[in-house]
Write a protein that binds this ligand. Structure first.
Ligand SMILES: Cc1cc2nc3c(=O)[nH]c(=O)nc-3n(C[C@H](O)[C@H](O)[C@H](O)COP(=O)(O)OP(=O)(O)OC[C@H]3O[C@@H](n4cnc5c(N)ncnc54)[C@H](O)[C@@H]3O)c2cc1C
Length: 398
């Protein structure tokens, strides 16, 4: 007696982060509750800790999933861009962002999946997938038992890296989920003075190729951490570096937990679907290369994967199925991928900005009234302080 209702599914979605949850929900809706859609994750998707600062754009999320206060920690109305010497440029836009309680958000989408007829198992590790004729075989471990399942379509939403799809000949060349994989680490801490509706971002050589951050949580706690470029060679382990970052600026801070993870923050032009396997979210390297945000991006990419998979199942010949697979990259490019390609180019220039140049730009901006500190002005103040960047970023500017 296995944990599953069947041993054969139309679609198995592997991974129940934002990408997998959204893909499963969409497929549930598109197949009109007809079943045969399975969502599996090795753990409950609302189990803490979730490796994330949990910030999203308010209006972009609202377009994808109606915002419900029960899973919102707070509202963001501004960002401080802080230079190495501590000059602060402020971007202000009332209610521009949200701080999510991702555990609760995941649970809300998972409930919607169940309502849409999706079979969900949040104790099921996909150990292995293999091509079988026109479909896929999956070995799924639940408890001590390994169950063999089959599926016409697999959606890989297992997060960064390519654990599931590595070494499968027919998937050669598919996006790996490894593009520009960068290390990130944060602490949940108390005793750090901050504005509850502002994010603080720290730039300069202390965070080579990346940035430090403070994201408010509940008014008392903050999420404080940093992301570095994959080329960065920190002179100490990331955990020590984080503790030093906190202690040097906030000697009264009390660290409650430390979490780390990798972020796939590059955009490639590699295919996102092959042989009935569709990639979504971090597994498709769909994170914004500069801000490193990936929640909304994963929801969008999960939706695209689900719509394409649904069309694929209805297609009547191999040529049509191949066209649909190829179109997944086009759909992603048309939505966000093209912008991400440009941002990835700009990032190459941005990492070369020197501490003095950040200081000069932030000082100049901090002298302007708040209403004049637009994101556009902030971006161009950094460019003006480092003229060689304008040449490097020319592709980004037109
Ligand atoms: C430190 C840090 C801070 C971040 N802060 C932000 C932020 O503030 N805002 C933002 O927008 N983005 C942020 N991100 C990025 C964001 O967290 C990710 O882009 C997003 O979670 C990707 O969603 P996903 O569904 O693709 O993958 P994930 O959320 O990683 O979900 C993948 C799921 O797959 C499951 N899984 C993996 N392998 C298997 C397997 N073999 N079998 C079964 N299940 C499996 C995992 O358990 C997991 O639940 C941050 C990332 C990090 C590391």
């Amino acid at each position: 007696m296995t944990a599953f209702r069947s041993n054969s599914y139309k679609v198995v979605i592997c991974g129940a982060g934002p990408a997998g949850l959204m893909a499963a929900y969409q497929l549930g809706k598109l197949t009109q509750n007809a079943g045969q859609i399975l969502l599996v994750d090795k753990k409950e998707p609302w189990k803490e800790p979730i490796f994330c600062a949990e910030a999203v754009s308010n209006h972009r999320l609202n377009k994808l999933w109606p915002v419900d206060e029960s899973w919102v920690r707070g509202t963001i109305s501004g960002i401080y861009f802080t230079s190495p010497k501590g000059y602060k440029a402020e971007f202000y836009s009332k209610n521009c962002g949200l701080l999510l309680d991702r555990s609760k958000f995941h649970r809300a989408i998972a409930c919607a999946c169940v309502d849409a007829g999706v079979e969900c198992h949040f104790d099921a590790l996909v150990k292995n997938i293999a091509r079988n004729g026109n479909g896929w075989n999956l070995d799924v471990k639940v408890g001590d038992e390994v169950v063999s399942l089959s599926a016409s379509v697999v959606i890989d939403a297992t997060g960064p890296g390519c654990r599931l799809t590595r070494g499968i000949p027919c998937l050669e060349g598919i996006e790996s989920g490894n593009t520009d994989l960068e290390p990130a680490i944060f602490a949940v801490a108390e005793g750090i003075e901050h504005k509850r509706d502002h994010i603080d971002l720290f730039y300069g050589s202390e965070f080579p190729g990346g940035y430090g951050w403070i994201f408010p949580r509940d008014g008392k706690e903050v999420n404080i951490g940093f992301v570095l470029s994959k080329e960065a060679k920190p002179d100490m382990p990331l955990r020590e570096k984080l503790k030093q970052f906190i202690a040097s600026r906030y000697p009264n801070a009390g660290i409650k937990t430390i979490c780390g993870g990798m972020i796939a923050c590059g955009q490639s032009k590699k295919p996102l679907a092959k042989c009935g396997l569709f990639k979504a979210g971090d597994a498709a390297s769909c994170v914004n290369p500069m801000s490193r945000s990936g929640i909304v991006e994963s929801l969008i990419s999960g939706k695209i994967a689900a719509e394409a998979a649904h069309e694929w199942l209805a297609a009547t010949d191999d040529a049509a199925r191949s066209r649909i697979e190829a179109s997944v990259l086009d759909r992603w490019m048309a939505t966000l991928g093209k912008t991400h390609l440009q941002i990835a180019k700009a990032k190459l220039g941005f990492v070369k900005v020197k501490d003095e140049q950040f200081d000069k730009a932030a000082k100049r901006l901090s002298e302007l009234p708040r209403e004049k500190q637009t994101l556009f002005k902030i971006f161009f103040a950094v460019l003006r302080s480092c003229p060689s960047l304008i040449w490097r970023m020319r592709s980004f500017l037109h």
